[in-house]
Design a protein around this ligand. Structure first.
Ligand SMILES: NC(=O)c1ccc[n+]([C@@H]2O[C@H](COP(=O)([O-])OP(=O)(O)OC[C@H]3O[C@@H](n4cnc5c(N)ncnc54)[C@H](OP(=O)(O)O)[C@@H]3O)[C@@H](O)[C@H]2O)c1
Length: 258
């Protein structure tokens, strides 16, 4: 009887170790595309490290976490080095399958026009959209390298495609996404040896606060609903292979030109 229960226990622990829980870390997960990534990843049974710079004010995220015990809310301001380092240290030894660098800012568009440029605003947009994804990817690369999927994703924009027709204004935002694209292409090269897949994905024009600030609520209402964009991007992330590393992909899976 004693032997039978020991064998049973051994079999049970074998089952536990063979069932892997996938883990995703999302930045800027209190609203918009980030919040939807958390929602859909949790619904798929993933463990979600849902980060926000002011978790106390993240009411929707907190309500979601109350329904899904696999969502862990963490404070993270992506431009604060101490904040990034503290989170990386807290999760040292935890495998993170997918790191989604989603947090982003449009910046004040009135300060991105000829005659009204503002260097501080430029720095702020570049810090959040361009520098932070690189610094965060560096801080968490050991966590990603230790995972099964080994994927680092940056959320780019159609505004970051130089070869596409371009409208006026939004100088900093456009520059920030072009910078992100080049840095992630370089990161893909540097992380090849660690088996990490690095890609940027454009979510399309999505009806979020950012899009409403850019084009107005009426026009944004005609754009992609956030759940549709994120569902499609999760499919793209799921299908990422080594061949995609260093690529820019559209939410529908299309390879984007630079
Ligand atoms: N919506 C679109 O049509 C569209 C198109 C192309 C690309 N994108 C990209 O998609 C990503 C998400 O955009 P969205 O439309 O969901 O925008 P959003 O609704 O404005 O949300 C932006 C998110 O980023 C967070 N964030 C900003 N600065 C941060 C910082 N320093 N530290 C941590 N979090 C920070 C915000 O947190 P707070 O609430 O604390 O500000 C918020 O959670 C961005 O990278 C954006 O450039 C969006």
């Amino acid at each position: 009887m004693k032997n039978a229960s020991i064998v049973g226990l051994a079999l049970w622990s074998l089952c536990i170790t063979s069932v892997r829980a996938e883990t995703v870390l999302v930045t800027g997960s209190n609203r918009g595309i980030g919040l939807e990534f958390v929602k859909q990843s949790a619904a798929l049974g993933w463990t979600v490290i849902a980060t926000a710079r002011t978790p106390d004010a993240a009411d929707e995220l907190k309500a979601l976490a109350a329904r899904h015990r696999m969502i862990r809310i963490e404070a993270l301001d992506v431009v604060e080095r101490a904040s990034v380092e503290a989170l990386a240290a807290k999760y040292a030894g935890t495998a993170i399958d997918v790191l989604i660098n989603n947090a982003g800012v449009l910046g004040d568009l009135s300060k991105q026009q000829l005659g009204s440029f503002d260097y501080e605003e430029f720095q702020n947009v570049m810090a959040v959209n361009t520098y932070a994804p690189l610094a965060l990817s560096d801080a968490f690369r050991a966590h990603v390298a230790a995972s099964a999927q080994k994927k680092i994703v940056g959320i780019t924009s159609g505004s970051g495609i130089i070869s596409a027709p371009v409208g006026g204004g939004s100088y900093y935002y456009k520059a920030s996404k072009i910078g992100l694209n080049m840095m992630f292409k370089t990161l893909a090269t540097d992380l090849t040896g660690e088996g990490i897949i690095v890609a940027v994905i454009a979510p399309g024009a999505v009806n979020t606060d950012m899009r409403r600030a850019a084009v107005g609520a009426a026009r944004a209402a005609k754009d992609l609903p956030v759940d549709e964009s994120v569902r499609a991007m999760i499919k793209v992330i799921d299908g990422l292979s080594r061949a995609d590393s260093g690529r820019a992909l559209n939410y529908d899976g299309r390879i984007l030109p630079w």
